[in-house]
Ligand binder design. Structure first.
Ligand SMILES: CC(C)(COP(=O)(O)OP(=O)(O)OC[C@H]1O[C@@H](n2cnc3c(N)ncnc32)[C@H](O)[C@@H]1OP(=O)(O)O)[C@@H](O)C(=O)NCCC(=O)NCCSC(=O)C[C@H](O)C(=O)O
Ligand SMILES: [Mg+2]
Length: 355
């Protein structure tokens, strides 16, 4: 397979298209909130959600009825044209690349609201060839529509082939912003025997060894995380490519406790955000994907104790060195990015006293 040279990688793919970015900006995106632009009740709520969520995503793909595909596309154009999104990003999820709707999705959205769209989420990405196709088409449409800055691409990892190719997908274009896990489609594609949209399964477990050889006696079971392998693989691919990994949907809207656990696991593993399908999931995501006051307090103490950042010190009976300092700086930097857009968090973080 031939690869582009670095200079070609950063050249616009169409005459008149904006130059590709050299680095993906670290814009907070703790919750990517999905709404169906063809649903009048949901659409009416969008303007009031600006500023309460990092990303609003007009969904055109699954969960939008086939009969409403055109209405969803047109509804998104209307909402985008009439709304000032302020600090909130506007994303869309287009229909899949093999669908009858996707070409019109891209032509309409980029030429009519291209300057308002930050990111296009592409479902069911199989390999880098899918990203190359969208990359070139976006460039042509940006040129046609006079769009001033490049629209970024976010891939959903929801096929077995996509997972196998995740590293090539992550570095397929300078437009690549990030990747999300799509657990429902991925489960179907892999022929997993689950029926849920993300989250765990009580049957996927490890059982304690028999006590005194009694296999029928009381034995603790530990439910395992079905998504650990894929999320970890995705996080590595994204980190290596300098882009951002996300958990995806948690379909049990009522189980706010398990949603929080799933989001926190993803946060701890390196994800920067998750999807929110219902307004009640936004608060959970914003909280989980913001470092806690305790974490920031500890991180700042390590930074202070490490002085010039080299060597090893003891803090509360634990060894700290260059590597633990770097982990602490990940949290401190994230807190600064979030404080810049979230006044409540700024107040919380500013009030921390480091002893
Ligand atoms: C899940 C829902 C269908 C639930 O909707 P509903 O039954 O209307 O919930 P409520 O009665 O609790 O709603 C209360 C009010 O809030 C509004 N609402 C609900 N959801 C949203 C929303 N996402 N954004 C804005 N407003 C919302 C309701 O309209 C009610 O309003 P009112 O009556 O005036 O008080 C619904 O939440 C929903 O459809 N959510 C989005 C689902 C979605 O986008 N799914 C696709 C992403 S997941 C996926 O695709 C799988 C993935 O690709 C994979 O493969 O894993
Ligand atoms: Mg899907």
């Amino acid at each position: 397979m031939s690869h582009k040279s670095p200079k070609d990688f950063f050249a616009p793919l169409a005459v008149g298209a904006p130059a590709p970015l050299r680095e993906i900006p670290a814009r907070p995106s703790r919750a990517i909130h999905f709404f169906d632009p063809s649903n009048p009740k949901m659409a009416a709520k969008v303007p009031a959600m600006v500023g309460t969520v990092d990303v609003l995503l007009g969904n055109l793909e699954d969960a939008v009825k086939a009969d409403n595909k055109v209405a969803a596309r047109e509804g998104l154009v209307k909402i985008a044209s009439e709304t000032d999104f302020g600090p909130t990003q506007l994303w869309t999820r287009i229909n899949s690349l093999d669908s009858p709707w996707v070409l019109d999705d891209l032509i309409t959205l980029v030429t009519e609201i291209g300057d308002k769209l930050d990111v296009v989420m592409v479902p069911k990405v199989q390999g880098p060839e899918d990203i190359h196709y969208v990359d070139r088409l976006l460039a042509q449409l940006e040129a046609k529509g006079g769009v001033q800055r490049p629209i970024l691409i976010h891939a959903i990892l929801e096929t077995a082939r996509g997972v196998a190719n995740v590293e090539e997908i992550a570095s397929a274009s300078p437009r690549m912003q990030g990747i999300s896990l799509g657990p429902a489609d991925l489960a179907a594609d892999r022929k997993m025997k689950t029926t849920r949209v993300g989250g765990g399964h009580p049957g996927y477990l490890v059982r304690q060894d028999p006590v005194d050889g009694d296999i029928h006696g009381q034995r603790t079971v530990f439910q395992q995380d079905l998504w650990h392998y894929t999320i970890a693989k995705m996080v590595d691919a994204c980190a290596a490519a300098g882009i951002y990994p996300y958990y995806g949907p948690f379909g049990d809207i009522t189980d706010v406790v398990a949603a929080e656990d799933q989001f926190r696991n993803a946060f701890l593993l390196g994800c920067v955000g998750t999807w929110s399908l219902h307004p009640k999931q936004i608060e959970i995501a914003n909280r989980v994907f913001s470092p806690s006051v305790e974490d920031i307090k500890h991180a700042r103490r390590v930074v202070a104790a490490m002085g010039d950042g080299t060597g090893a010190v003891m803090l509360d009976g634990k060894m700290e060195d260059d590597a633990s300092l770097k982990q602490c700086l990940v949290l401190v930097d994230l807190a600064e990015e979030l404080a810049a857009i979230d006044p409540k968090l700024k107040e919380l973080y500013d009030a921390i006293e480091v002893d």
